[in-house]
Design a protein around this ligand. Structure first.
Ligand SMILES: NC(=O)c1ccc[n+]([C@@H]2O[C@H](COP(=O)([O-])OP(=O)(O)OC[C@H]3O[C@@H](n4cnc5c(N)ncnc54)[C@H](OP(=O)(O)O)[C@@H]3O)[C@@H](O)[C@H]2O)c1
Length: 321
């Protein structure tokens, strides 16, 4: 797209953030407010169930948002995904189709869809470039979620190709930060470690046992940095291919556990149960495209975990979610 055709959000543009009470959606709202955008509209899940087609159509017909950040989704860790394959596929597929289709039908100028690095192929080259999407088999444990997400991403591309829209997507690595989910079964690795070490400290536990041998390498991005990229892309990127969102840096699960234990103040031992699965040995995004577009992350992991732990302590209800 040529520069003169590009759409820039005005400070009073009507912007709908779907999923604004979630970790990503709330970070996008914070970032938009920080940058002075003053016409943000939101609906809670209770007010508007995005899986209900008629309600979604009615919402878009009435509100006609100019820009949409689609950060609502049914998300969960491996256990939740495996136990509810059908629900993960149905809810995500229908939610995405409802929102993207209604946005397009009602003249939305630009929409940004949130993908996830877990939808890249199981054996993707490392670091994973954007071009590796759909090049080989998916990871079986979250196949349902991945298929739904890929459909959303592709629907944006197909609308662009058939109707000339300007709908884009972003592909974040593992995220963490304020508003994360600390549920014992439904949470991702970093919030799960924060909770476990915090509880171990509180109960003076001598040992915390972690799964696997600690060798897998993972990448983590602080959610406020992702939100900054999402707003940046809305104003500075057009294209059918997604944009990876990460730091390009990796850490072993062992080093991560030690770092979380240090920040939380847990003084006991950490043991490794190698009879438990390790998961994929390495998962790292190739972030050269975002860099070439002029964006890079700001928050280093240690600082980010300190901020996340502070948020966890200040909002004890988080642990109950
Ligand atoms: N968290 C990560 O590490 C990560 C990594 C990569 C990509 N992402 C992507 O980022 C996006 C947001 O993830 P997140 O971590 O922010 O998840 P989250 O904290 O669970 O937030 C998701 C939000 O969507 C809302 N929602 C779900 N179903 C809905 C429905 N039918 N109608 C209306 N609202 C609904 C939820 O509301 P309720 O809670 O009220 O249901 C919640 O506010 C997802 O697309 C995810 O794939 C996340």
């Amino acid at each position: 797209m040529r520069d003169e055709q590009r759409k820039y959000m005005e400070k009073d543009s009507k912007i709908y953030v779907a999923g604004h009470r979630g970790m990503v959606g709330s970070a996008i709202v914070r970032e938009l407010q920080r940058q002075g955008y003053n016409n943000i509209i939101t609906r809670t899940h209770k007010e508007l169930d995005l899986c209900r087609q008629e309600a979604v159509e009615e919402f878009f017909r009435t509100e006609r948002p100019e820009y949409v950040f689609l950060a609502a989704a049914k998300v969960g860790g491996i256990v939740a995904n495996q136990n509810a394959l059908a629900d993960f596929m149905y809810d995500n597929m229908i939610l995405e189709m409802n929102v993207i289709h209604s946005a397009w039908k009602n003249g939305c100028k630009k929409l940004e869809f949130l993908g996830s690095s877990c939808i890249y192929p199981r054996m993707a080259p490392q670091p994973m470039p954007e071009s590796c999407l759909l090049t080989s088999e998916l990871e079986k444990t979250n196949e349902a979620y991945a298929l739904a997400k890929i459909s959303g991403l592709k629907y944006c591309e197909f609308l662009n190709r058939q109707y000339g829209t300007d709908y884009i997507s972003v592909m974040p690595t593992n995220l963490y930060g304020p508003n994360d989910n600390y549920h014992p079964e439904h949470s991702h690795v970093l919030p799960a470690l924060i909770r476990r070490f915090h509880e171990a400290k509180e109960s003076n536990a001598e040992v915390v046992t972690c799964w696997g041998d600690g060798s897998p390498l993972r990448e983590f991005l602080y959610v406020d940095d992702l939100a900054n990229l999402c707003v940046y892309l809305m104003n500075n990127y057009s294209g059918n291919e997604t944009v990876n969102a990460g730091t390009g840096k990796e850490i072993t699960i062992k080093a991560l556990s030690e770092l979380v234990a240090k920040i939380v103040g847990y003084k006991g031992r950490i043991e490794w149960d190698s009879s438990r699965p390790n998961g994929t040995p390495r998962k790292l995004l190739d972030v050269s495209k975002a860099k070439a577009l002029g964006w890079t992350y700001k928050t280093e992991l240690e600082e980010g975990i300190r901020l996340a732990y502070k948020d966890f302590l200040e909002n004890p209800m988080r642990a109950e979610r």
